[in-house]
Design a protein around this ligand. Structure first.
Ligand SMILES: [Fe+2]
Ligand SMILES: [Fe+2]
Length: 322
């Protein structure tokens, strides 16, 4: 019997993800108690839940955290839908994106960003919308994001706009880089689409350890969705994988320190956090003002983001330091 005591080593995966008669890509465990896991299927063996002594109620199975990325590609619904992207009309793919952009820019104008940085972000957003129009695979992914969850597309658009404002304020000028950043930020949470509603609707602080592990799996799920798409560059994959890492190395999934984090992902990580604090959502019914959000990141969170990015965000909101 293979049992372990380190809870950090395992990630919960829904039993439904393993289809009877198919091969499992990794070792699969059953949770016996808070500290005991038993291996029930070895990598490569065929799923036979029907013929096993298997508790009917065991909704969740477990895989090693280090194996998890091998597992998520199996049952992604979005990836399948994207392959079938002809089913989503071209009109639907793009109209909602420009609508979402218009409403987000209206909202962020009130935050008090530097006028020039904001205008630049609008220009980059327009070119992203044009790019999406010409890339059916990306358009289909974004259409799916917006179809299932309005808040997700608003959040993604806000993170995209804020990332460009931060990068401009850091003196990034190359259009190619700004566009890559904007697109990666737009797609950073695409893996959320694969999570059950019960997890999406739950505040983070109310989640159990298992639920938090499922929530955190959105980064690997996002990578799996985008990995096979021809229009997606390595930097965009890195943004998706590393947008929850932070400078002291306390983020997830790999606890990378600042120096190891992709430069685009460092900017998106800060934009993501800032956007969550200033935007109203079911998880944040009382959003903070921009100055209060800066203070919250600095004092309550201990400013865990890339220092130049945080200084640039501050400057875009308050002007150059006096
Ligand atoms: Fe995320
Ligand atoms: Fe996010």
């Amino acid at each position: 019997m293979d049992t372990k005591t380190d809870l950090e080593d395992y990630v919960a995966v829904s039993r439904d993800e393993f289809i009877v008669g198919t091969q499992v890509p990794v070792d699969i465990f059953l949770k016996l108690s808070e500290s005991k896991y038993v291996m029930i299927l070895k990598e490569g063996s065929i799923v036979r839940f029907d013929q096993m002594h298997f508790p009917e109620k065991a909704e969740w199975l477990y895989v090693r955290k280090s194996d998890y990325h091998k597992c998520v590609g199996q049952t992604l619904t979005v990836a399948g839908i994207v392959l079938d992207s002809d089913k989503i009309s071209q009109e639907k793919k793009t109209v909602f994106l420009s609508k979402a952009a218009d409403s987000i820019f209206k909202e962020i104008e009130h935050l008090g960003f530097d006028h020039q940085a904001l205008e630049h972000s609008k220009i980059v957003s327009k070119s992203i919308q044009n790019l999406v129009e010409n890339k059916p695979d990306i358009a289909a992914v974004i259409a799916m994001m917006s179809n299932l969850n309005d808040d997700l597309i608003r959040h993604s658009m806000m993170v995209s706009a804020t990332s460009v404002i931060i990068a401009r304020s850091m003196k990034w000028t190359l259009a190619q880089n700004l566009e890559k950043l904007a697109l990666g930020a737009l797609l950073h949470d695409v893996g959320m689409k694969e999570l059950p509603d019960e997890i999406l609707e739950m505040p983070r602080h109310a989640m159990s350890r298992d639920q938090a592990a499922i929530y955190e799996s959105h980064v690997y799920r996002g990578v799996e969705i985008l990995r096979s798409m021809p229009s997606i560059s390595d930097d965009i994959i890195a943004i998706v994988l590393e947008h929850h890492e932070n400078a002291p190395g306390q983020g997830y999934p790999r606890r990378l320190r600042d120096i190891k984090i992709n430069p685009f992902a460092r900017v998106v990580a800060l934009a993501d956090c800032f956007s969550e604090i200033v935007m109203e959502s079911p998880n944040n019914p009382h959003p903070k003002t921009a100055p209060a959000a800066l203070q919250f990141i600095e004092i309550a969170l201990g400013q865990p983001f890339h220092k130049p990015a945080f200084a640039a965000l501050k400057q875009a909101l308050q002007g150059p330091p006096r």
